[in-house]
Design a binder for this molecule. Structure first.
Ligand code: ZN
Length: 284
């Protein structure tokens, strides 16, 4: 998945340092990143070289430092262009794609918080942490991260998959939705499942979470077991389809890049938590 950068270390410590020519530059427009493709089709991000302008240090991956092009002015560099950041979801190398999406998340936050929400003054970088501080009233804001829950719903060796209505992505997916204020992750999951497919669930099993900078989010994945006898009623506004799949009806997914896809693949291989728990109790 996109945050899988192998042995490399993502260092998000805030530093106040000057850009060097060999450092990487991250520049964005809404939904787009300034990049090119290498000959092998992999993603390439520009190096600062002799570019001049406002730049902000963001983070490092191993020795590679990443700066944000902190200007409204569009960058222009031979061979490079603003490309839909959708490509970062599926392409390689993972470290540059992860840097691209995490930088996008930060760039949206910086752009949306130039001015203090309390008094309207221009915000300044905090000296000690990743935060913006108002020099007039002291208001401090931290990066906004919106959590969403992802649910793989299972019953009697079948998984419930859905298709969204009116979205670009037309494949089958698991149920997902944003957390609302005052909810725990489990509350969100139960509510979303009830709203989207009309069933009740039990025995939630946390799987893993995934930073999702495209939507300033973090995805929190769970497996859930559907209660017996519940009938699926798909929300007609959100979904075009919702139905149960047996393992043998599913197409293998080679390298799942989405959290939901990875969970679907675990189920297909019989490696979901309920199958593993059953195997364990049989072995006893
Ligand atoms: Zn203020």
């Amino acid at each position: 998945m996109i945050n899988d950068i192998g042995d490399k270390h993502f260092d998000k410590t805030v530093r106040h340092c000057e850009p060097r020519p060999q450092d990487r530059l991250l520049a964005y427009k809404p939904g787009k990143i300034f990049m090119t493709f290498r000959n092998d089709g992999a993603v390439e991000l520009p190096r600062i070289g002799d570019l001049q302008g406002p730049m902000r240090y963001l983070f490092s991956i191993d020795e590679e430092r990443f700066f944000l092009w902190d200007s409204q002015e569009e960058l222009s560099l031979r061979g490079y262009d603003y490309v839909s950041n959708f490509v970062l979801r599926t392409m390689k190398p993972h470290d540059l794609c992860f840097a691209g999406t995490t930088g996008y998340h930060l760039s949206v936050w910086y752009k949306n918080h130039r001015y203090c929400g309390k008094c309207g003054s221009l915000m300044k970088d905090s000296e000690k942490e990743r935060a913006l501080v108002c020099p007039q009233c002291g208001n401090t804001v931290y990066p906004v991260i919106s959590p969403a829950c992802v649910a793989a719903i299972i019953r009697d060796d079948k998984i419930l998959l859905t298709k969204y209505a009116g979205r670009e992505y037309q494949g089958y997916a698991v149920v997902a939705g944003f957390m609302e204020i005052g909810e725990t992750a489990a509350d969100t999951l139960v509510r979303e499942i009830r709203e989207e497919v009309g069933i009740r669930v039990k025995n939630l099993r946390y799987y893993k979470s995934l930073p999702w900078g495209f939507d300033s989010g973090i995805l929190i994945g769970f497996f859930a077991e559907a209660e017996e006898g519940e009938e699926v009623k798909a929300d007609q506004c959100e979904l075009s389809e919702a139905r149960w799949f047996k393992r043998e009806e599913m197409t293998p997914i080679d390298e799942p890049v989405f959290l939901g896809a990875e969970m679907m693949e675990l189920f297909r291989k019989g490696e979901d938590p309920y199958s593993l728990e059953r195997k364990k109790s049989c072995a006893r």
